[in-house]
Design a protein around this ligand. Structure first.
Ligand SMILES: NC(=O)c1ccc[n+]([C@@H]2O[C@H](COP(=O)([O-])OP(=O)(O)OC[C@H]3O[C@@H](n4cnc5c(N)ncnc54)[C@H](O)[C@@H]3O)[C@@H](O)[C@H]2O)c1
Length: 318
C-alpha cells in the first residue's frame, strides 16, 4: 500500500512548513534539521506565522474546513501560572519579549488554530490547549477542542481490565508496566524531562478507575532495534476470596503508528462533524480516545464508550 501511495505522499510532503520550537525542550530542539524553524523571539510572532501557514494550506487546497491535530514529539511538563487563567493577560504576555517562557510550542500551534476558529486535537501529553485561557479562547472563537494523549496501547488495556477487577471485587495490590520501544518518539521520551509528561498521563488511569491506589510503576525505555514496535509487559498482582494472592501478566506487542493512525482519522472526522453542527468547547464524548481526557475524570473505557454512543444516538435523534 505504501509503495502504491508513495508518489502522492511525496507530493503532500511539499505542504510541510517550518514550525516553532519555542520552549519545546532540548531533546526536541536537537531533532530540528532545518534552519528556518522558529526557536526564539516573541511568541505571537510564531503564532502569526503558523496562522498564515494554516490559511495558505486551506486556500491552496480549497478546503471548507480545517482541523489541527498535534502529533508532534512529547514536550517536558510545563507548569501553569496565573497568566494561563486569564486570556487578556496571556495575549499581552505572548506579544512581549520575555525571558520567562509563556507557553511551549504545542500551545502556540493550539492558540494559532483556536484563534482562527479551527478545531484542535492534542494527541500528545504536551500542554497544547489544556489550560483555562485556551478554553476561554475556544468559547470566544466558537470552536471545538479534544485531547490529551492518544490511548492506543498499554493504557487502553488498563482502562479495559481495571473495571473487570473492580466489578469482580478483586482487590488490586500492584500494577507494574514496563514498556520498551524504538522509533523517534522513544528517542525523545528517553530524555527524563520528556518522559515525565508521558508517565503522568499513563500512571493515573488504574487508581482513578478503582477509587483507591494500589502500588503502581510505569517504566518506558528506548530500545532502538524495536523501531515502531512497542512491547508492554504488565504484571498485575491482586487478591481474591479469603485474601488469596493471584497474578495476571500480559504482553502487548503493537505497531505504534498503525494503532494511532485510525484514531487520528476518526478524531478529525468527529471534530469536523461537531463543528459543522455548531458545537463549542471540549468534546467530552471523545474521552475514550485519550489517556487524560480533557474535561472528563472518567477513565473506564466502557463508560467512555457509552458517552460516545450516547452522543451518536442523540445526534441521530434516537
Ligand atoms: N501510538 C502512538 O503512536 C501514540 C499514542 C499516543 C500518543 N502519541 C504521541 O504522538 C506524538 C507523535 O508520535 P510519533 O511516534 O509519530 O513520533 P515521531 O517522533 O515519529 O514524530 C514526531 C514528529 O514531530 C516533530 N516535531 C517535534 N516537535 C515539533 C514542533 N515543535 N513543531 C513541529 N514538529 C515537531 C518531530 O520532528 C517528528 O517528526 C508523540 O508525542 C507521542 O507521544 C503517539
Amino acid at each position: 500500500v505504501i509503495s502504491a501511495c508513495l508518489e502522492t505522499l511525496r507530493s503532500w510532503d511539499t505542504n510541510v512548513r517550518p514550525g516553532t520550537l519555542l520552549n519545546a525542550g532540548d531533546a526536541i530542539a536537537q531533532l530540528a534539521d532545518r534552519p528556518d524553524v522558529h526557536q526564539g523571539g516573541v511568541a505571537w510572532g510564531a503564532i502569526d506565522r503558523i496562522q498564515a501557514d494554516y490559511q495558505a494550506f486551506q486556500a491552496r487546497h480549497r478546503l471548507d474546513q480545517l482541523v489541527v491535530i498535534n502529533v508532534a514529539s512529547t514536550e517536558p511538563p510545563f507548569e501553569l501560572r496565573g497568566v494561563h487563567n486569564d486570556l487578556g493577560a496571556l495575549r499581552t504576555a505572548l506579544a512581549q519579549p520575555t525571558d520567562v517562557p509563556v507557553l511551549p510550542a504545542s500551545s502556540l500551534y493550539a492558540i494559532a488554530a483556536i484563534d482562527l476558529g479551527i478545531p484542535y486535537v492534542n494527541f500528545t501529553p504536551s500542554l497544547g490547549a489544556t489550560f483555562p485561557a485556551a478554553l476561554a479562547l475556544a468559547q470566544e472563537r466558537k470552536t471545538v477542542l479534544a485531547g490529551q494523549d492518544g490511548k492506543t496501547g498499554e493504557t487502553l488495556l488498563k482502562s479495559v481490565l481495571a473495571p473487570m477487577f473492580a466489578h469482580r471485587n478483586l482487590r488490586l495490590l500492584s500494577w507494574v508496566g514496563h514498556n520498551i520501544f524504538g522509533n523517534r518518539d522513544g528517542q525523545v521520551l528517553n530524555d527524563p524531562r520528556n518522559k515525565e509528561s508521558k508517565l503522568r498521563t499513563k500512571d493515573q488511569v488504574v487508581s482513578s478507575i478503582l477509587g483507591y491506589k494500589p502500588q503502581t510503576l510505569v517504566s518506558i525505555e528506548y530500545v532502538e532495534s524495536l523501531d515502531d514496535w512497542k512491547t508492554a509487559w504488565d504484571h498485575v498482582h491482586f487478591q481474591g476470596f479469603l485474601g488469596t494472592k493471584m497474578i495476571m501478566q500480559f504482553l502487548w506487542q503493537g505497531c505504534d503508528s498503525l494503532l494511532a493512525a485510525p484514531l487520528v482519522i476518526d478524531l478529525a472526522r468527529l471534530m469536523l462533524f461537531a463543528q459543522q453542527r455548531g458545537e463549542i468547547g471540549v468534546l467530552t464524548h471523545l474521552a475514550c480516545f485519550f489517556k487524560n481526557p480533557m474535561g472528563v475524570s472518567e477513565h473506564d473505557f466502557f463508560k467512555q464508550w457509552h458517552m460516545l454512543t450516547e452522543y451518536v444516538a442523540q445526534r441521530q435523534g434516537r
